[in-house]
Design a protein around this ligand. Sequence first.
Ligand SMILES: [Zn+2]
Length: 127
Amino acid sequence: MDFSPVGRVCSFCGLVGTKDTRFAGGLGAMMCLDCLDYYHSTFSSKRGTQSIAHPPWDEMNDAEMLGKLPLIAMTADQVNRFLYDWVQLIRERKLSWAHIGKAMGISRQAAWERFGRSVTTKTGEPA
Ligand SMILES: [Zn+2]
């Protein structure tokens, strides 16, 4: 699995990683250091936690709602690619499709159909 930050995206602000970027997080969801500082600061005070106690979309206008779509889609794609990479790591450990299916609450066949070809081709996307 590629562990490089290059081309990865901060799931919170959309910052695209370079070789010098450091991300926190994992499992496909990433957080850049600026966002980490912001959320650390926010969650470190009672006033900060109260300021985020309601859904942010309640105060967003339509343009702001639409403007979040690309970031959400990029994050979803990144997490999905990570899922395929993770399954590949599991397959490299010689664990069976039955094990993967059971872990995901799906059949062996469904696991293979979802991940089998991508694991074989290493494209990160289903064929
Ligand atoms: Zn960020």
